[in-house]
Design a protein around this ligand. Structure first.
Ligand SMILES: [Fe+2]
Length: 273
């Protein structure tokens, strides 16, 4: 049984400083096996913001798997954005933009969807898909196959369309590669579900962990617990004016056939909608 703490869109440069210590404290109490940050470590990809993000990551209690988001590329320095968009990111977090992590029951592949040629939308590159396919093909059967990518190919919680090039093709490619679970951010709105065309892939999105750029009433993170045949997502929420993070909704999912289903509290599968 592995526990993954999923954070996203921390946006150093636009952080609510009161949330940092409580989140670090919560992370230590939850004792995850892996911490995931699904992009937008910084607000404007400035060196000082990356240094702050790196210092934050160094305080987490478990290894961190991190991928870039659209905010992690220079915005106004066009030559740098086009010629070396991830130079500052790499200085902070190392050369790999698409890291791989192994847990006892999962293989977790990071995918870089940040696109310097687009304003903020993402893309799944052919070489990224190949890396994903190869990692999953090499993993022993029975392991959960998980993807971490900043931009999800499914709509946001409020119905806003997926902000990635050709989401229908991306959905099909993820399913074809054998993905079971995809962890994403970008929308600043927590959301869980799956697409009818890829019902075997569970999409888990969290909002912004500690940024002031909230699009909902709360900042949030999620603890994802993997068990044989079952995944549980527990939200933790930080509401303005309240100290610390408090437990939010918790939901388990199972996939008895080819499609994910919600489990009710009595653990009996119910069709999702
Ligand atoms: Fe963001």
């Amino acid at each position: 049984m592995s526990r993954i703490l999923h954070l996203s869109d921390v946006h150093f440069g636009a952080v609510d400083d009161r949330l940092v210590a409580p989140l670090i404290d919560l992370a230590h109490r939850l004792k995850p096996d892996l911490c995931v940050i699904s992009g937008d470590l910084t607000q404007r990809a400035r060196p000082g913001q990356f240094r702050a993000a790196r210092a934050f990551v160094d305080r987490l209690p478990a290894p961190a798997l991190i991928v870039p988001g659209n905010h992690d590329m220079p915005l106004r320095n066009l030559p740098l954005r086009l010629l070396a968009p991830f130079a500052a990111y790499r200085r902070a977090f190392g050369p790999k933009l698409e890291p791989l992590a192994h847990l006892s029951d999962a293989v977790v592949q990071g995918v870089n969807t940040a696109n310097p040629f687009a304003w903020k939308s993402g893309l799944l590159r052919r070489r990224s898909l190949q890396r994903l396919t190869d990692s999953f093909a090499a993993a022993p059967p029975g392991l959960w196959r998980m993807v971490v990518m900043h931009h999800a190919p499914v709509p946001a919680a409020d119905g806003t369309a997926a902000d990635i090039a050709d989401p229908v093709a991306v959905l099909a490619a993820l399913a074809q590669a054998g993905a079971d679970i995809v962890l994403s951010g970008h929308t600043h709105m927590p959301h869980t579900g799956f697409a009818e065309t890829a019902a075997g892939v569970l999409f888990l999105q969290v909002g912004t962990a500690i940024s002031t750029r909230r699009k909902t009433d709360s900042n949030d993170v999620a603890l994802v617990t993997l068990e044989p045949g079952k995944v549980t997502v527990e939200s933790w929420l930080a509401s303005p004016g309240q100290p610390g993070l408090t437990p939010g909704p918790s939901q388990s999912y199972t996939r008895p056939g080819t499609a994910w289903q919600k489990l009710t509290k009595s653990e009996r599968p119910q069709p999702t909608h």
